[in-house]
Design a binder for this molecule. Structure first.
Ligand code: TYD
Ligand code: MG
Length: 425
């Protein structure tokens, strides 16, 4: 062919081996045994709650996405992390959402010293990538990824194509330079916005910051982490001087004082920590068929299953009742061991009386009505005792429990009926 059909140049084509047309060289794979098994280098931010959720600090060349609703504290958390990291090296904050002056006034409020943080007001992703390649900071944060503009993409800033392309471009820059990139992503209430959801597969780590407007605590979790577990939880409190770490959140999510009607404490395991969470239930009679089953912070299918087990194995029929179950904002109880606490909260709400003898419970409910053992029984009991729980309902067999602090009374039950007796009689 005299003229290249691709670029239009004359005489530019040359022959390659006819044995493997199109493949100049056979790529050589590497044996896993020959790869160094070294743990990646970590950069500690110095904010313990953040470092733990990251799996022990930031990994060089990684890209971390922090998502959350507007106003939850993403910019604050990122600025605090940069302030701490600025003692270790150059840190760059690319701001597209706020002016440098607005960033400056946030910095003034914080307890941390932000003086060495370098701010760049920029929204063109090419320019951001050039700054990363040119300055090679230790860490570069971009607030937010939705404000970035990528060339040659339809739809403008914030559009699906633009956010994706901008992220891909920054991921390339991070891998090339070893610079850690932290991306802030806005999520709307329904979690559907062109943003974090679309980017999960592009980045190494996705963190979410949760909480509610009424209470000031914030919970940080990893939804994805290529370099660590996704079980850890970081807990903060939003105060007058930014986000403060809550190093011992054991009893943070539980109202003190006697249990109210429809309330049961569940000692949840969050990674390396046990945290007490309060399961709340409301049961009201209804004309609606089928009645409503509303679950917040717990799994809906499990809720339906627990209601069915109560009906069949404890004679508690809720067929003409709406059932609402929730765990205190920001906390979750997705572990099957939460079943018993959920069941007791529902029964308490249904009977209109608080749990009497015990205030906390854990254990998985089988479809047969059996209360099954749960993992980490000792840690759960220890946390319950630390949180002031004096009596708990637990599975009959729950592993070895040496001399550990635990509630004064532990009611061991094998059946859901027994659990109700232990809790209410
Ligand atoms: P921000 O980090 O701007 O949230 P996001 O980036 O997720 O939108 O924080 C927003 C809220 O936090 C704002 O309503 C003010 C409050 N706040 C404090 O209460 N104390 C503080 O020290 C700071 C900096 C913010
Ligand atoms: Mg912000």
């Amino acid at each position: 062919m005299g003229r290249c059909p691709g670029c239009g140049a004359w005489g530019g084509l040359s022959a390659v081996s006819t044995a493997r047309p199109g493949l100049a060289e056979v790529p050589a794979p590497v044996r896993l045994a020959d790869l160094g098994a070294d743990a990646p280098d970590r950069i500690l931010t110095g904010i313990g709650e953040l470092d733990r959720v990251l799996g022990g600090g930031l990994v060089a060349g990684s890209v971390v996405l922090i998502g959350g609703e507007p106003g939850i504290g993403k910019s604050t958390l990122v600025l605090e992390a940069l302030a701490a990291l600025s003692r270790r090296g150059q840190v760059l904050l690319v701001t597209g959402e706020e002016s440098p002056a607005q960033v400056g006034s946030r910095a003034e409020r914080l307890g941390a010293d932000c003086g060495a943080v370098e701010v760049l007001a920029e929204t063109r992703v090419d320019a951001v990538a050039a700054a990363i390649r040119g300055h090679r900071p230790l860490v570069c944060a971009v607030d937010s990824v939705q404000t970035l503009i990528a060339d040659g993409v339809d739809g403008g800033p914030g559009s699906v194509g633009s956010v994706r392309q901008a992220t891909a471009e920054l991921v390339r820059a991070a891998k090339e330079t070893g610079v850690v990139i932290i991306l802030v992503g806005q999520v709307t209430k329904d979690g559907s916005l062109a943003g974090p959801r679309l980017l999960e597969h592009l980045v190494d780590c996705v963190l979410t910051l949760d909480g509610d407007e009424l209470r000031d605590h914030r919970v940080l979790r990893a939804a994805k982490n290529r370099f660590g577990s996704t079980n850890e939880t970081g807990v903060f409190r939003m105060g007058a001087r930014g986000l403060e770490e809550v190093r011992d959140p054991t009893a943070l999510f539980v109202e003190s004082g006697p249990r109210r009607v429809g309330s049961c404490i569940f000692p949840a395991i969050e990674g390396s920590r046990a945290i007490l969470v309060e399961v709340q239930a409301l049961v009201t009679s209804t004309q609606i068929v089928p009645p409503r089953r509303v679950a917040v912070g717990i799994d809906r299918t499990r809720l339906a299953q627990i209601i069915a087990v109560l009906a069949r194995h404890a004679g508690i029929g809720l067929g003409d009742q709406d059932v609402f179950v929730s765990v205190a904002a920001g906390a979750r109880a997705l572990d099957p061991a939460a079943d018993l606490a959920i069941a007791l909260a529902i029964v308490s709400a249904h009977r209109g009386r608080p749990m009497s003898a015990a205030s906390a419970a854990f254990g998985e409910l089988g479809l047969t009505g059996a209360v099954r053992p749960a993992g980490h029984a000792v840690r759960r009991l220890t946390a319950a005792a630390a949180g002031g729980v004096s009596a708990a309902v637990t599975p009959a067999v729950s592993g070895a429990e040496g001399e550990v602090p635990r509630p004064d009374s532990v009611f061991r039950v094998a059946e859901v009926r027994e659990a109700l007796q232990a809790a209410f009689d």
